[in-house]
Design a protein around this ligand. Structure first.
Ligand code: NAD
Length: 436
């Protein structure tokens, strides 16, 4: 199995090769910065001892990787999964450094994880595990140090338990002036969460779509057809915001398959129907609810191969691979899921001139609104949804423009251009600080 951290280092080396010429007067500093960025600043690991419902105790291996904080506190989620590993957490923290730099939010990269299948724990055991992890993290995090958030299998409720445990630990040390709410994001609204967070990732993707469409020269949105794989949080909000702006969302899918409606579907009605029937594939028979007159059921593979303008993978990793990449007919792909395209597929898509907006840019709306949550917690002043939307727009638009400029200047694909802008921002800050 490939080592995700080695992959992230190989990717950084490739980016460095392309950026090198921009640093001809600071070659040594550039090389030192790149060398430092290959390894996280620190990786903590421990075994958490957790009391189970039957009174026994069980151990779980846990990690927190803090990759780089040149641009601000480490930032990144906490993953609960049986496949978590130290190498994965290191890689994910590296990618968080780039993701935060892409939209210019003042954070570095971090990531945490516990090797556990949370579905096998009761609610109380999950709470015990989360509190135990917060104990382990308490002296390593803080609003100006490292700000964790939810990731795979972690929720607002888990953040709430961690805030509570972290605050208890601060109190024990007499640190009552510290800000526990500003130390975690992705919290429920009732505990300092932000308006607009739920829709932020999908909405941010549509903000990017709008700029992309301009660059591609479309002048009438209704002519732009969009197929979306995955109709969960990200896929639904992307579909809803795209349809509301006049785009033609022709296909959506979930784990059971997809629906293709050439004249366009209504995302709200489709979601209502999916909730009522369990899957979008059960919606065609329900015309009253979904109004998909000329639609048909298709497989998840077929969603990826539809003849559309924009393809949006918004479900799983590695769904576009060497065996199906050449069948992709879309003119552009907006990667809303994390890592939906394998490196081999990337090469095929690039050869076929398919424009790519990579995950670290396309789905950065989520972490950007997490930054807004932190900013609100630090001020103790809470914004409306409208405030959040207005503040998100320029950050997503600027990130897209930076990527496009880099793509044109260096004649590279969208993924490489995005990584180049991100790495450049981090390296420039490291050089500015004189820390290398
Ligand atoms: P989700 O669980 O809400 O939705 C996932 C959707 O994918 C569901 O509709 C599910 O039915 C569908 N799905 C599962 N297996 C599938 C398959 N084989 N084929 C097609 N669809 C399938 O998750 P989400 O929060 O929407 O996240 C989706 C992706 O976006 C993930 O890669 C996640 O890491 C990434 N992401 C999410 C956020 C966020 O804010 N939620 C932020 C950044 C990145």
């Amino acid at each position: 199995m490939s080592n995700p951290h080695k992959n992230s280092v190989a990717q950084l080396e490739q980016v460095a090769q392309l950026l090198k010429s921009d640093y001809s007067d600071k070659e040594l500093l550039f090389d030192k910065a790149i060398e430092k960025l290959k390894t996280p600043d620190v990786v903590y690991e421990t075994e958490l001892e957790v009391t189970m419902d039957d009174g026994s105790s069980k151990k779980f291996k846990a990690f927190r990787s803090q990759h780089n904080n040149a641009r601000g506190p480490y930032k990144g989620g906490i993953r609960y999964h049986q496949d978590v590993s130290k190498e994965e957490v290191k890689a994910l923290s590296t990618w968080m450094t780039w993701k935060c730099a892409v939209t210019g939010i003042p954070y570095g990269g971090g990531k945490g994880g516990i090797i556990v299948d949370p579905k096998k724990l009761s609610e109380k055991e999950l709470e015990n595990l989360s509190r135990s992890y917060a104990d382990f993290l308490s002296d390593k995090i803080g609003p100006w140090v490292d700000v964790p958030a939810p990731d795979v299998n972690t929720t607002g409720q888990i953040m709430a338990w961690m805030v509570d445990q972290y605050q208890k630990n601060l109190s024990k040390k007499g640190l009552i002036q510290e800000n526990p709410l500003g130390t975690f994001t992705g919290k429920p609204l009732a505990l300092g969460g932000s308006e607009g967070r739920e829709e932020a990732t999908g909405l941010g993707g549509v903000m990017v779509l709008e700029r992309l469409i301009e660059k591609m020269g479309f002048d009438y949105k209704k002519n732009v057809s969009i197929a979306i794989q995955g109709f969960g949080n990200v896929g639904y909000w992307f579909a809803k915001h795209a349809a509301e702006r006049g785009y033609n969302v022709v296909a959506v899918s979930d784990s059971k398959g997809g629906v293709y409606v050439p004249e366009g579907l209504n995302p709200d009605k489709t979601m209502e129907c999916k909730r009522a029937n369990g899957s979008v594939v059960k919606c065609l028979c329900n015309e009253k609810l979904c109004d998909m007159k000329n639609g048909k059921v298709i497989t998840n593979e077929e969603v990826l191969e539809l003849d559309v303008d924009i393809l949006v993978p918004a479900a799983l990793e590695n769904v576009i691979h060497k065996d199906n990449a050449s069948k992709v007919k879309a003119k552009a792909i907006i990667e809303m899921a994390n890592g939906p395209i394998t490196p081999e597929a990337d090469k095929i898509l690039s050869k076929n001139n398919i424009i790519l907006v990579p995950d670290v840019l396309a789905n950065a709306g989520g972490v950007t609104v997490s930054y807004f949550e932190w900013a609100q917690n630090l001020q103790g002043y809470y914004w409306t949804r409208q405030d959040v939307v207005e503040k998100l727009l320029p950050l997503m638009e600027n990130a897209f423009s930076d990527m496009w400029e880099m793509k044109e200047d260096h004649k590279v694909d969208g993924r490489m251009a995005t990584y180049m802008t991100a790495v450049k921002k981090v390296v420039d800050t490291m050089i500015l600080r004189g820390s290398i």
